[in-house]
Every structure is written in structure tokens, then in C-alpha cells.
Design a protein around this ligand. Structure first.
Ligand code: ATP
Ligand code: MG
Length: 388
């Protein structure tokens, strides 16, 4: 593939924060970015060189992208695979529609992971009420996960009994789902990996992830796991991109069990929240890597400069009004990233900050202290509740 030089237009389907960070990375290398997003005021749309306010399948918007752009990428997996398919007839598209389709459906995804030789949590596919009776006893207690359109723990129900399972399946509208055995997780880790059109691959250092209420809260890098386990995780991420013949940036989320086993949880066919540390912590960020793949450039080095800890800033922090950002900005090795979202709702990802340090544990302590100082006090939240 001929490489695309700076100055060219790149297209992006989706206007969220991942798209915003891609846009900023591509712009800093001199590319121009046009975003397609149906919202008027999206995080990516507001920094892009141009914004087409349209649905992802809008024929005029797709035609405009095809006419103007050297390459088109996406920032979320629920973008219609059909839009990518249509664009691929006219320009370079990364990732490919087929790769995205695998990650859009937990049933396909789990079967793919197993076929690629990765372990997964024990699971059963439930496509109709009749399948409920066939579920083996040892999958309970378990987590029922809708096959499609889940994110941040949405479309999931924790169930202890068969009755609860049936209830949850019906409550989710009887849509196809998987029931996964509830595992005792020792840790969660993830690996971001990039693969170019020429097959060049690079993995980023392994992140250790902690969730709160089903949403990523903290990523610690390097993950505090044995080196051999980190190597296995990186090798498995490479297996995934090879098996998908993937072109672009992808993340594999893993569970680590107490006996040291590594199980693949899911694939995100895009940069990932647990890879945000790469912006400040690595030679090349996951977003620059995404632009490099799309433009047919060689991949950048992925080595980390130093340990780092990323903390997500959710809308809950706004309960008493705008948090006092000086708390983060005064810390010389902290980097604040806000996504420009005007409305702060509980659970909504509004930004993140990354703290760089010399040792993962000490950096985590610094980051956790900043995080706790940002929390609204109960008094302030109550005052804000009555005054608004
Ligand atoms: P996201 O898009 O944020 O990754 P998601 O909605 O796709 O979330 P999962 O990654 O499947 O959901 O699950 C979210 C979190 O719930 C996991 O990171 C893990 O902490 C917990 N979890 C999921 N499945 C299991 C399981 N089988 N056993 C124990 N914990 C689990
Ligand atoms: Mg997940």
C-alpha cells in the first residue's frame, strides 16, 4: 500500500472521546480529519477540521468521505459494519468490516477466541428460552451478557439461580445472549496491539485494569503480574490480530485467575480506554498508531517511558459542579485530558488523567490521592442539589 502523506484528509466514523484523541493525534502529524457523527456537539466533531452531522449509513455522508478521504477509520464497534463495507469499495478502511463484525457479537467473538487458541470463561449460548434449560449447573452463578450492543457493563445481569437467569433473559427482551460463569478474578489486564497493512505488528505494554460498577476506573502500567504472564498476554493479542488478518489498533481484555490462568474476555476493534496511558506514557500513543496504520506508515515504537497510572473521570464527579482541576494540574507528573462533553451524567466518561512515575505502586498511590481529592463532598453535593 502506498503511504498517505500529511495534509491528506482522513475520515472518522463516530464522534466520541476515542475519536477526539485520534483526531488530535492525526492533526498533530499534519493530517486533516473529517468526522461523521449524528450529534451536533460531539467530542471529536468539535476538534475535527470538518464535521458531517449525519447518520453512519447516510449515503451522502459516505459518498463525501469516499470522495475526500485517503482513508477512513472508526472509533466504536457498534458503527454499522455495512458503512465500512461500502466505504471499502472506494478508499482504505481500517479496521475491516468483517473484523468489526466479530467483535460486535459476543457469540461470534467467543467462538473466534476459542478457535484462535485463547481460553475464555466457561459459557453457554442462549438464543431462545428453550436454551435456558440446557444451561449446565456449573455456569451459575453467572453473568448473562446480551450478544450485541453492550458496553461499560450495560446489557448484563448477574444471576445466581435458574429462575433469576430466566427472568433476566426475558427482561433483556429475549435477545441472543451468552451466560458466562462468574469467575473469581485475581486481576484484569489488557493489551493494545496494532497491525499494519503490510502485516507489521507491535503490542503495547500490558495494563492492569480495575473496574468500578462495571466501568473501567484505573489502569496501572506495567501490570503487576509475572513477566511470563505479561509475555503470554502480548503473544495472545498477536494471535488475535493475525487470526483476524486485522489492520488497525485493537485491544484484548483478559481475566487473570488465582491459579495464574489467562482467559480472554473480549476484543475491542479500536483503541481502548485502558490504552489512554499511551498518550503520555509511551513513545507512540495508540491513537498515533491508528493514524499510522490508516496512512500506511511504519508503526511507531510502543515502549513506555516510565510506569504510569490512568484514572477515568466519570460524570459522577460533577455532582457538586465542575471539579477543581487545579488538584490535578498542580501535580507536576500528572496529565489532564477532558473530552469537552457539556453534560456530565453519572457513569459518563468525561475525561481522564495519567500520572507518570518511577514505580507502579507509588504512582498508583499518587493517582489515587488525586482521585479522592476530586470527589465531591457530600455537603457540596447536597448544596448543589438544592441550589440547582
Ligand atoms: P466494557 O465495554 O467496559 O469492557 P462490557 O460491557 O463489554 O464492558 P465486559 O467486559 O464483558 O463488559 O464486563 C465488564 C466487567 O465485568 C469486566 O471487566 C469484569 O470486571 C466483570 N466481569 C465480566 N465477566 C465476568 C465473569 N465471567 N466473571 C467475573 N467478572 C466478570
Ligand atoms: Mg469489557
Amino acid at each position: 500500500m502506498k503511504s498517505v502523506a500529511p495534509g491528506a484528509w482522513l475520515g472518522l466514523l463516530g464522534g466520541g472521546q476515542l475519536g477526539r484523541m485520534f483526531t488530535m493525534a492525526a492533526q498533530s502529524m499534519g493530517y486533516r480529519v473529517v468526522v461523521v457523527d449524528p450529534g451536533h456537539d460531539s467530542p471529536a466533531g468539535s476538534v475535527a477540521d470538518d464535521h458531517l452531522c449525519a447518520d453512519y449509513l447516510d449515503p451522502d455522508a459516505l459518498a463525501e468521505l469516499a470522495r475526500r478521504c485517503a482513508g477512513v477509520t472508526t472509533e466504536f464497534e457498534n458503527v454499522p459494519a455495512e458503512a465500512l463495507r461500502r466505504l471499502a469499495e472506494h478508499c482504505v478502511v481500517s479496521p475491516a468490516a468483517d473484523s468489526v463484525a466479530v467483535a460486535q457479537d459476543r457469540i461470534l467473538e467467543k467462538r473466534f477466541l476459542q478457535a484462535a487458541g485463547l481460553g475464555t470463561a466457561p459459557f453457554a449460548v442462549i438464543e431462545s428460552e428453550a436454551d435456558l434449560d440446557k444451561v449446565p449447573d456449573d455456569l451459575l452463578p453467572g453473568i448473562l451478557k446480551a450478544a450485541r450492543f453492550g458496553y461499560d457493563g450495560k446489557g448484563q445481569a448477574r444471576v445466581r439461580t435458574r429462575d433469576a437467569l430466566r427472568e433476566a433473559f426475558v427482561a433483556m427482551g429475549g435477545r441472543p445472549a451468552v451466560l458466562e460463569q462468574m469467575l473469581a478474578l485475581e486481576r484484569e489486564v489488557s493489551v493494545v496491539v496494532a497491525r499494519g497493512f503490510d502485516g507489521e505488528v507491535r503490542t503495547f505494554p500490558v495494563a492492569e485494569n480495575r473496574h468500578a460498577n462495571g466501568i473501567l476506573d484505573v489502569s496501572i502500567v506495567p501490570a503487576r503480574v509475572p513477566e511470563a504472564l505479561a509475555q503470554t498476554a502480548r503473544a495472545q493479542a498477536l494471535k488475535v490480530v493475525e487470526a483476524l488478518d486485522y489492520r488497525g489498533v485493537l485491544c484484548v481484555e483478559f481475566f487473570v485467575l488465582a491459579d495464574g490462568r489467562l482467559l480472554a474476555n473480549e476484543i475491542a476493534p479500536r483503541p481502548h480506554n485502558s490504552g489512554h496511558y499511551t498518550i503520555d506514557g509511551c513513545v507512540t500513543s495508540q491513537f498515533e498508531q491508528q493514524a499510522r496504520v490508516l496512512c500506511g506508515l511504519p508503526l511507531g515504537e510502543t515502549a513506555a517511558h516510565c510506569p504510569s497510572v490512568m484514572i477515568n473521570l466519570l460524570g459522577d464527579l460533577w455532582a457538586a459542579g465542575e471539579p477543581d482541576w487545579r488538584i490535578v494540574l498542580r501535580e507536576p507528573r500528572a496529565k489532564l485530558h477532558l473530552y469537552g462533553k457539556s453534560e456530565a451524567r453519572p457513569g459518563r466518561k468525561m475525561g481522564h488523567f495519567t500520572v507518570l512515575g518511577d514505580d507502579a505502586d507509588a504512582t498508583l498511590a499518587t493517582a489515587a490521592s488525586l482521585q479522592s481529592r476530586l470527589l465531591p463532598t457530600a455537603d457540596a453535593a447536597a448544596r448543589s442539589g438544592t441550589s440547582s
